[in-house]
Ligand binder design. Structure first.
Ligand code: HAM
Length: 420
């Protein structure tokens, strides 16, 4: 019979204990990023993974690549157009409007899978995970600083090298439109020199031409008008101020050609890129989207947000030897396990900072010790017939060669475990 395989571009994430593998890094990252978000007093929001397809057409934009060719959508049994969410921002705003919370401030975070029907390659999947932040209800100013502060905290926490935060300002909706018109006017005479993709962009979403990978188009763009000429001096001041304030922590570059692939942005936008990632070098992106809430039927709600691509970010980190202590609990004969398991249960309640790995399989002590070493255990607690009869246990240090193996009473075992 034919085997059923996973779908193209969708990974099974299984942490097999090897810290160099993507799943181990990803799971670790999720935990650490959650802690950073909580330290900024952000509240968690979880929205459904399925939404009305129109939500993304109206927010991300009907002419964007995401909606145009990457959305996973289908009709449900009622013939309603449903989409697997390609990003989180639109869903968050939809939820806030629906809960009638679109008049107040919110600082939110979320984490979870997103779907885009892209051609899979390194760093580009059809199912991938994002961790996102949305700060709602506060106009341009402080939230920009808070957002870059969060990005810098994350980059610093993982000591990322070779990465740059690119920032730009797209001005008001009106500035953006004037710039767009000027760009179209400039590019029209070069239309025949553009490749098919850029020609389509010029027609449907001209700003995206600035994101071209085509060398010839890049050359043409060298003389193109710059957004800098269309935005207010206050916008340029904001960029300079952010750069000045954070450049001792992270590498920040003002890039007037930075545009984002989603239609809802205006004002401050940013992306973090790493030279270690290859073609898909952006591991995080975001910006201000003050018009989105009203566009989705809510109130005027000034907003800014960002999302980290967790698989790409995971590529950039190295897992250090865990500082959390691991203790392996080895029971030597199978029929002792219920009583020994009770001891293990007691131990766990005494010190919540220790990982206690009870080895369940009925293998030899040698095999169990080999596994304990492989699991990076600091100690093995060994209980056999003899120990149990005398209410004792053996503590075997596995990492520190200077420490001696001890046979102790169960009470002393509890005290030892508490003190690790
Ligand atoms: P985005 O730039 O489309 O923004 O996605 C954010 C990040 O998700 C990217 O920088 C990238 O690291 C990751 N990513 C995107 N597509 C893929 C893929 N196919 N495979 C792997 N990783 C991918 C947004 O999604 C906005 N919602 C961010 C935002 C929040 N703006 C305001 N609030």
């Amino acid at each position: 019979m034919d085997k059923i395989k996973s779908l193209t571009g969708m990974l099974d994430l299984y942490d097999d204990g090897d810290k160099t593998n993507l799943p181990a890094k990803l799971f670790y990252l999720e935990k650490k990023i959650r802690d950073i978000f909580l330290s900024y007093k952000l509240n968690e929001i979880r929205t459904p993974i399925l939404e009305d397809t129109n939500l993304f057409i109206r927010s991300v934009g009907g002419a964007s690549d995401i909606v145009n060719k990457e959305i996973y959508s289908f009709n449900d049994r009622n013939d309603k157009g449903i989409a697997l969410r390609p990003e989180g921002t639109a869903s968050v705003i939809r939820a806030i409007i629906e809960k009638k919370l679109d008049q107040t401030n919110h600082k939110l975070w979320y984490m979870g899978p997103m779907w885009r029907y892209e051609r899979p390659q390194k760093g580009r999947y059809r199912q991938f995970n994002q961790a996102g932040v949305e700060i709602l209800g506060i106009p341009e100013g402080m939230p920009e600083f808070e957002m870059i502060s969060i990005v810098c905290s994350i980059i610093s926490e993982f000591k990322l090298q070779n990465c740059t935060i690119k920032i730009n300002h797209l001005g008001t909706q009106k500035n953006k439109e004037s710039f767009c018109n000027a760009l179209v006017k400039f590019l029209e005479p070069f239309k025949e020199s553009l490749d098919e993709k850029d020609r389509q962009r010029l027609k449907k979403n001209p700003l995206r031409v600035l994101d071209t990978k085509n060398n010839e188009t890049q050359n043409i763009l060298k003389d193109a008008p710059s957004i800098k000429e269309f935005i207010d001096s206050s916008a340029i001041d904001l960029l300079n101020s952010i750069q000045n304030n954070f450049s001792d922590i992270c590498n920040i570059e003002i890039d007037y050609s930075l545009v984002r692939g989603l239609d809802y942005y205006s004002g401050f936008v940013f992306e973090a890129v790493s030279s270690e990632l290859g073609a898909q070098d952006s591991f995080l992106g975001g910006g201000r989207y003050d018009q989105l809430c009203a566009k989705l039927g809510g109130k005027d709600l000034p907003s800014i947000g960002m999302a980290i691509g967790l698989e790409r970010f995971a590529e950039l980190i190295e897992l250090k030897d865990n500082s959390v202590k691991v203790v392996s609990f080895l029971c030597v004969t199978g029929n002792l396990e219920p009583k020994a398991y009770k001891i293990a249960h007691q131990l766990r309640s005494l010190n919540k900072d220790i990982i206690l790995d009870v080895h369940l399989s009925d293998t030899s002590l040698k095999a169990k010790l080999r596994k304990a070493n492989k699991n990076n255990s600091d100690y093995a607690i060994i209980i056999g017939d003899e120990e149990l009869k005398n209410n004792k246990a053996v503590i075997k240090p596995l990492k520190n060669e200077l420490e001696e193996q001890l046979t102790v009473s169960i009470d002393d075992l509890y005290s030892f475990f508490k003190s690790i």
